[in-house]
Design a protein around this ligand. Structure first.
Ligand code: ADP
Length: 278
């Protein structure tokens, strides 16, 4: 942590994905392209079912693509010929946490690099405690068990655990979806602090436009299924971000634009749904 972004540029080139459950041929993505710079915070928004999770799963190496390619720092990450390949360079944090309930916070954080023999137990302990401390003083709960923590705190521990592997890209799939507004706002501040500290590339999937604009450098708006990038909104708000910015003209204008684009797509999806049912 601490160094400027030197890695983590993602190039998504005409990626298509067709699911074929029993020959049903669901085209989830069609020629979806986007360029993400090293250290950029990108939010991906779009109507439900437009292919956001599909794209994230392909980026994570959990699933294949049907056409196109994805590069990470100029190296092929996913192509039609390659098998899905998750790796420590990309870590995913999901909406529903995945901490081991029987391990303490520190043991959870140490687990990955020790298991993969990247760090010794002592090294992982030192690194884990230092990271927990830097990420909002979480070292004070190092010996607690996940069930003793709030869901927000658990999510923060998961982000620290993800950072233990020094990933190039952090993939966040609606991590705060189930939270109330107050907890969400607190989590936003924590995530922004972590981002200031580590400056990793972040790809953040959400359906919450306010969250997308407040957190990110760039908002990628997707079309309805088959998904591709419809609009790229650059968020010209300075960092560090502060809540007052949500009443600025820049923010309000971006929100208006994003809402108009997403609603247009949601309407198309709705109308298609009605036709499909007819
Ligand atoms: P989002 O994350 O934007 O809500 P998804 O990527 O989950 O959208 O889904 C995109 C489309 O692909 C949806 O129509 C969904 O039903 C379909 N889909 C997702 N996963 C599968 C799968 N494993 N098999 C078949 N269809 C799928």
């Amino acid at each position: 942590m601490g160094a400027g972004p030197v890695a983590g540029a993602v190039s998504i080139r005409k990626v298509s994905k067709t699911y074929d459950p029993d020959g049903a041929q669901v085209v989830a993505l069609h020629e979806c392209s986007a360029e993400i710079s090293a250290g950029e915070f990108v939010a991906i928004v779009g109507p439900s079912g437009c292919g956001k999770s599909t794209l994230l799963n392909i980026l994570a190496g959990f699933d294949t693509l049907t056409a196109g390619e994805i590069y990470l720092d100029g190296m092929p990450l996913a192509t039609v010929d390659s098998s899905p390949r998750p790796g420590p360079d990309r870590v995913v944090v999901f909406q529903h946490g995945a901490l081991f309930p029987w391990k303490t916070v520190l043991e959870n954080v140490m687990y990955g690099p020790v298991r993969q023999k990247i760090l010794t137990k002592d090294e992982a302990k030192r690194k884990g405690l230092a990271l927990l401390q830097r990420c909002g003083g979480l070292d004070r709960v190092a010996s607690s068990y996940p069930a003793q923590l709030s869901s927000g705190m658990q999510r923060r521990v998961e982000i620290v655990r993800a950072l233990m592997n020094d990933p190039k890209v952090l993939l966040l799939d609606e991590p705060f979806r189930a939270m109330d507004t107050v907890s969400k706002t607190t989590m936003h501040q924590h995530l922004l602090e972590i981002y200031e500290l580590c400056r990793k590339t972040i790809v953040f999937i959400t359906h919450d436009l306010e969250e997308a604009i407040y957190l990110s450098d760039t908002v990628l708006i997707m079309t309805t299924r088959p998904g591709k990038i419809k609009k790229v909104l650059r968020v010209n708000l300075p960092r560090p971000r502060a809540l007052e910015m949500m009443s600025s003209h820049v923010y309000i204008d971006l929100k208006r634009q994003a809402a108009a684009e997403v609603h247009e797509e949601a309407k198309k999806a709705f109308e298609r749904g009605e036709r499909e049912q007819a």
